[in-house]
Write a protein that binds this ligand. Structure first.
Ligand code: SAM
Length: 247
């Protein structure tokens, strides 16, 4: 699977069911998300993440935030309440159209299409905070690794990152299916049985692997907190200090 397939799948998901595809909940299919409720879930997430950064002594005081894989702008809008400027990057044009529809920042969010395997359009050290949640697991591991290295490039020394990603499957039926079943069987089940507009891959990123990707850039995981209980994956939210090493 390459980036073309990722783009095709998320373009389809964004066109058919953007809010559901961002926060998958069977009860929210077919327009089940209310816009305000959807954005409020992002506001809660960002408030708790910033509180945690504060407690760790890592919270940037305003400045610029990058929301990688911004989808419909759920988190970008919330970041715009705390930062002077926000850039939301996504690979799916229909997702970005939805993000622009939901933009309540008064013009302080720039939504950008990026369908490259890097963030070449963004300068070095140009963000105080890089935030990403619910994105890297949908990418083949080599592509996810490349973006993590790019996060370390675009964040300024002394800045911070928050990276939300499942570390491993839980030993539930669904978790074990994702771990052991061949991808064509999972894709078939998602499309034919569950009615997904396009398949959604899941690739956990273990914390030690993430730490190894960050270390060469002088970035270290300061805390890894479990979040989102009762799921089939062990989701961790990693709070990353960027000290600035060799770039
Ligand atoms: C589950 S949604 C999460 C959206 C958002 N982070 C949130 O939590 O509200 C995943 C998003 O990642 C985007 N995405 C997937 N691969 C990407 C890539 N290579 N570059 C940028 N965005 C990507 C998808 O288009 C989709 O909008």
């Amino acid at each position: 699977m390459g980036l073309d397939e990722v783009r095709a799948d998320w373009t389809r998901l964004g066109a058919d069911a953007p809010l559901w595809a961002v926060c998958v909940d069977p009860a929210k299919r077919d327009g089940g998300w209310d816009d305000d409720e959807f954005l409020a879930s992002g506001a809660r997430e960002i408030a708790s993440a910033l509180e945690r950064l504060d407690a760790l002594g890592l919270r940037p005081e305003g400045g610029r935030a990058l929301d990688f894989g911004c989808g419909a702008g759920r988190l970008s809008n919330a970041l715009a309440d705390h930062f002077d400027a926000v850039v939301g990057v996504d690979i799916s044009a229909p997702m970005l159209a939805e993000a622009r529809r939901l933009d309540r920042s008064g013009g302080r969010i720039e939504f950008r299409l990026n369908d490259a395997p890097d963030l070449a359009g963004l300068p070095d050290a140009s963000f105080d905070l890089v935030y990403t949640d619910l994105v890297l697991q949908h990418l083949p591991p080599a592509l996810a690794a490349g973006y993590v290295r790019e996060f370390a490039r675009v964040v300024r020394p002394g800045g911070a990152m928050v990276i939300g990603v499942p570390a491993r499957e839980r030993r539930t039926f669904k978790g074990l299916v994702f771990r052991y079943a061949p991808w064509p069987a999972i894709r078939f089940a998602q499309r034919a049985l569950l009615g997904y507009p396009a398949p959604m891959r899941m690739h956990p990123l273990p914390a030690d692997r993430l730490a190894a990707l960050l270390a060469p850039a002088g970035a270290r995981i300061a805390a890894s907190d479990p979040y989102w209980g009762g799921d089939h994956w062990e989701h961790l939210r990693h709070y990353v200090a960027v000290d600035g090493g060799a770039r």
